[in-house]
Design a protein around this ligand. Structure first.
Ligand code: MOS
Length: 746
């Protein structure tokens, strides 16, 4: 990582706490008389319950309750009609259709569907009792395969998903160079290290204390308010630390709501902690998706048309949608452009956003096709992209707020040693290993939401910054600390950030790469208010810098001075003490203006990889990786680089190992455990170099910073597939690129 002398990297502010066990995750909280809840999942994927025997479980030691569809405690937002309730149904699904209403009836909609929730005084007793619940079913044949159910595909409602076309189709039809390729990505699961669950306790008739694993404490609070038809004010949700989310914590899941209902019924705290295999079924996944790209170009490499189609799975009960094809509309200049997106309802649990949702899938197809076309044209893949580069957004016909991909292509090519790449595939061999190079581009929407931040500066020199946002791991607390430090000059070790609790000022959920832009700007705005007040104190009558223009004052390392006369200065603490102001306490709501209407705002990324492919076994190793972020000004260089590295590791998994497999005869997973679902381990991951372009976006927000959580993975899998093609001459269009797809190269 290159260093910016004006913004030196700092360690994660919560790093020490995390590695020493001081950071408390939801499952580590204990409460007096706490009970444990364990889920029993269905063993069929479609059909209905014909009988359920719970007596043995109920009689098992320590058991406090066995809840099924026959006796599930009320969830008023589901159980009574919700028409006319301004709160809406509880909790509403994120895209469309119906949320699965847990333990509501006999019908089985997906494999692993909770059919009973067993509560006991210890986790072990609950787990044992759960094994005693016997369920009989009337089975039906499940439909779980996208490819065999294409006749059910529908275009989801909403303008984002409607069929899209612009330009003249004839340009594509008459293009001298043509390409049509189909791609697939398997089901992938988030599977963060921390297991999912919730701990809930009703502390009053309309008061709940909740420790959850959520990417948004306020979103969980709202969902529970709707579910139980009580005022959100009575519900406190706490998630200060989260052991990874990647999207699975962006909604409140039915089993969380049921646990809260059970806690009310039993009148004691109840903790639900899911198993690893339940993490495959009950908290969403990246949907299996089929894609086809048709592309046409002229002999000089000008794109004349792109048609990008995607068909993804969803559940029979809920529509899950993501913008899989949308980046194709603006990434490159093309005379004709068409996209289509469809979803197929299956007897499966519903997908949810997973890191780089939509774009990570779409970029695999688009960036693979770009490489295929470059090869057909006998052009260098970077040159081909530059040939079709666009400085303005061709979809919306307006400028990008900032786009520095040209610089990225240049720096990435240099860093990976692109000049060593041979355009003829399978040209470089080192012993038994074939060597290849590839690259891929990523993009994700950049925006700024709304947040309220409170900042409290005390005359003892301490600063506390508060917002209800959750930090799921990227280093939001560190970024907030740095922004406050940059505005107020308070030393880093005197700044404390507080987040992840609904008692704090309202903040957004952590998702969609928006938090640094949103909360960082709010920290900046609130701290700027404090700075203004300090300037008034200093320059006002009797102040130590009386007569100076408050606009000219500079704050650095605890000192306030006139920019044009640095010898006249006063320390913040002296100023506050002299002025008899023990504390300056400001709260400010902060949000963007209409910049989003004037500019197209995206973050961009580039991934360059070198792979070695074993000529005999087909094993692929990523031997070098460079990930580049064009995400505006970088607020926290060290955590930003870590964010890119984490995304690249996820990208290696997506490219080479990750695949949740279903036995379609049964509609069940066969590898729902970490032994068989392969994520990259240390030996699979080279030292990943990150390049942060670090040029402010002039329009997005006053900091000029955009998000990078999603772009870290988007485009990476294509870079690997393209490198594998360059190494071997074999084009793998179905992820993951496992050795069986390459074996027999010699
Ligand atoms: Mo991200 S998929 O918005 O957690």
């Amino acid at each position: 990582m290159e260093k910016n002398p004006k913004n030196p990297p700092i360690d994660r502010v919560d790093g020490r706490m995390k590695v020493t066990g001081g950071a408390k995750y939801f499952a580590e909280f204990e409460m007096p008389k706490m009970a444990y809840c364990v889920i029993v999942g269905s063993t069929i994927a479609r059909g209905s319950i014909t009988g359920i025997q719970t007596k043995k479980a109920e009689a098992s030691p320590g058991v406090l309750g066995v809840f099924t569809h026959l006796n599930r405690p009320p969830i008023p937002g589901w159980d009574s009609p919700v028409t006319g309730n301004a709160n809406g149904p509880a909790p509403a699904p994120p895209s469309g259709g119906e949320t699965y209403r847990i333990l509501s009836g006999k019908e089985i909609l997906f494999d692993g569907q909770p059919v009973a929730m067993v509560v006991a005084d210890t986790f072990e007793r609950a787990t044992y009792a759960a094994s005693l619940v016997k369920v009989s079913y009337a089975k039906q044949t499940p439909h779980t395969e996208v490819g065999k159910n294409l006749s059910k595909a529908v275009t989801p409602k909403g303008p984002r998903f409607a069929d899209y076309a612009r330009g003249d189709r004839k340009a594509l039809e008459s293009a001298p160079v043509q390409l049509e390729s189909s791609y697939s990505i398997p089901i992938e699961v988030h599977n963060p290290m921390e297991l999912h669950g919730i701990l809930a306790h009703w502390t009053g008739p309309e008061e709940i204390m909740i420790y959850a694993k959520t990417q948004g404490v306020m979103a969980t609070q709202q969902a529970m308010a709707r579910a139980f038809k009580i005022d959100a004010k009575g519900i406190r949700v706490h998630t200060e630390f989260m052991g990874g989310g990647f999207g699975m914590g962006l909604r409140t899941w039915p089993q969380e709501v049921a646990t809260v209902a059970i806690a009310r019924k039993l009148g004691r705290p109840v903790k639900l902690l899911m198993t690893r295999s339940q993490m495959f079924t009950l908290v969403g996944h990246r949907p299996y998706t089929l894609q086809t790209i048709r592309m046409g170009a002229d002999a000089n490499g000008k794109l004349l048309g792109i048609v990008h189609e995607a068909t993804a799975e969803t559940a029979s009960y809920e529509d899950f949608t993501e913008a899989t094809v949308n980046m194709t509309r603006f990434m490159y200049e093309s005379a004709y452009l068409e996209t289509r997106y469809k979803i197929v309802p299956l007897d499966r649990s519903v997908p949810i956003w997973m890191r780089g949702p939509g774009e990570a899938t779409g970029a695999f197809a688009l960036e693979s096709a770009m490489d295929e076309m470059a090869h057909q044209l006998k052009m260098d893949p970077i040159e081909f992209r530059l040939k079709n580069y666009t400085e303005t957004d061709p979809e919306r016909n307006r400028p990008f707020s900032a786009k520095n991909l040209k610089e990225g292509y240049e720096r990435g090519a240099k860093a990976i040693g692109w000049n060593q790449r041979k355009s003829e595939p399978a040209s470089i061999r080192e012993g038994d290993w074939l060597v290849g190079y590839g690259m891929g581009t990523g993009t994700f929407n950049a925006s700024r939401g709304q947040a309220t931040v409170r900042a409290i500066l005390k005359s003892d020199g301490s600063l506390t910054v508060q917002c209800a946002v959750t930090d799921i791991g990227p280093g939001t607390g560190t970024a907030m600390t740095l922004v406050a430090h940059q505005v107020l000059g308070v030393p880093l070790d005197r700044i404390k950030v507080e987040y992840g609790d609904t008692t704090l000022p309202p903040g957004p959920m952590q998702g969609g790469s928006t938090v640094t832009s949103t909360v960082g700007s709010a920290v900046m705005d609130t701290c700027t208010l404090i700075k203004k007040e300090l300037a008034q104190l200093a320059t006002g009558a009797g102040g130590p810098l009386q007569g100076q223009n408050p606009e000219d004052l500079v704050l650095e390392e605890g000192q306030l001075y006139a920019g044009n006369n640095p010898s006249k200065k006063v320390s913040l603490l002296e100023l506050m003490q002299q002025s008899n102001v023990p504390v300056i306490d400001k709260t400010q709501l902060s949000k963007g203006g209409d910049e989003q209407q004037k500019y197209s705002m995206y973050s961009f990324s580039l991934h360059f990889v070198q792979v070695n492919v074993h000529a005999l076994t087909g094993a692929v190793k990523v031997t070098k990786a460079i990930s580049i972020a064009d995400a505006g000004r970088i607020v926290s260089p060290k955590t930003a680089a870590s964010q890119m590295i984490g995304g690249a590791v996820g990208g290696i998994g997506m490219a080479l190992t990750e695949e949740a497999l279903i036995d379609h005869r049964l509609g069940r997973f066969v590898n729902n455990n970490f032994g068989d679902y392969h994520v990259p381990v240390h030996a699979d991951v080279p030292a990943i170099e990150t390049i942060l372009i670090d040029k402010p976006d002039p329009y997005i927000n006053p900091m000029g910073a955009k998000g990078m959580g999603e772009i870290a993975i988007i485009g990476f899998a294509a870079a690997v597939a393209n490198a594998v093609f360059n190494a071997t001459g074999k084009r793998i269009r179905d992820l993951p690129i496992t050795p069986d797809k390459l074996i027999g190269l010699v």
